[in-house]
Design a protein around this ligand. Structure first.
Ligand code: F6P
Length: 326
């Protein structure tokens, strides 16, 4: 018989489209299992400030299609400290919350792991970040929507680039990971893709673009992941532009528009599955684990592994992008 009777749910770190679908799934699965649900507002900060509100089935009506998060989110410095986590624990105890679902990225799971080493209230994580950079899951909530947003934007940039014979450096999100850049680059036929996982010298970028230009392309799109060590799209454009005098060079930084918008069908379905699985995990007395999706199946991954191990991009796809772009 599971000990958990009242669970908390929060969203933490950068928001991602589909977080609301996950909150809905957590709430409704809990209600189905006769558990009470408390929404913890503004991530871990809300845990420290006891910013709690009860969630009922109807509290999560009409949100599955909405971007952002109804619980708000934050990056919380105080939760990194032992004092902050102790305050959070006391508030959870006071509110009789005996299990917590954390929807967020690896920073959020680092906090959750530390908390579970110190205190007896189990935390279960759901991967929610547009970056898709969490080890132990093929998929993170928001990635699919963000990718489609980027593809739509780059297609539009391609129209104007071709019309003007221009070379565009398009910077996309991915603080430490190139998933959005690599997949959007393949999907839009980018001439080059620059990601932190592959050390790319300015020389090899130039040769990639030159190879394509032998057949007189009317535009060039170079996708740059913001986390690339080369210094972002402006810096890279500066390094290569003198070699391509025939092109007018422009830089476009897509920025936070990648984080908003109505979640895709994939994000809604996967967030629903993960929200359900997280509550099931708490009912099964799991703690300090993340629920993920690998090869289409739900998996459980210890926070320790999810946080410590690095998820790499598929290097065959890097090669594919090179072959197809010329
Ligand atoms: O972690 C998701 C993410 O969107 C990163 O890709 C990006 O670097 C970061 O968040 C931006 O964070 P903020 O909104 O705090 O500037």
């Amino acid at each position: 018989m599971a000990k958990v009777k009242r669970i908390g749910v929060l969203t933490s770190g950068g928001d991602a489209p589909g977080m609301n679908a996950a909150i809905r799934a957590v709430t409704r699965t809990a209600v189905y299992n006769h558990l009470e649900v408390i929404g913890i507002c503004q991530g871990y900060q809300g845990m420290i400030d006891a910013n709690f509100k009860p969630l009922l089935s109807q509290s999560v009506s009409d949100i599955i299609q909405r971007g952002g998060t109804i619980l708000k989110t934050a990056r919380c410095e105080e939760f990194r400290t032992q004092e902050g986590r102790l305050k959070a624990y006391n508030n959870l105890k006071e509110a009789q919350i005996d299990g917590v679902v954390v929807i967020g990225g690896d920073g959020s799971f680092t906090g959750a792991r530390l908390f579970n080493e110190e205190f007896d209230i189990p935390f279960v994580g759901i991967p929610g970040t547009i970056d898709n950079d969490i080890y132990g899951t093929d998929y993170t909530i928001g990635y699919d929507t963000a990718l489609n947003t980027v593809v739509e934007a780059v297609d539009k940039i391609r129209d104007t680039a071709s019309a003007h014979n221009r070379m565009f450096f398009v910077e996309v999100m991915g603080a430490e990971a190139g998933f959005i850049a690599l997949y959007s680059g393949i999907a839009t036929g980018a001439e080059a893709i620059i990601i932190p996982e592959i050390k790319e010298e300015a020389r090899s970028i130039k040769s990639l673009i030159k190879a394509g230009n032998i057949r007189k392309k009317s535009s060039n799109i170079i996708i740059v992941a913001e986390g690339d060590k080369g210094g972002g799209a402006f810096a890279i454009a500066e390094q290569v532009k003198d070699d391509f005098k025939e092109f007018d060079v422009r830089v476009s930084v897509l920025g936070h528009l990648q984080r908003g918008g109505s979640p895709s069908a994939i994000d809604r379905v996967n967030a629903s599955r993960l929200g359900h699985a997280a509550v099931e995990a708490l009912l099964d007395d799991q703690k300090s684990v993340m629920v993920g999706i690998m090869n289409g199946e739900i998996t459980l991954v210890p926070f320790r592994r999810a946080v410590k191990l690095h998820k790499d991009v598929n290097h065959n796809l890097v090669e594919l992008a090179r072959i197809l772009s010329v």
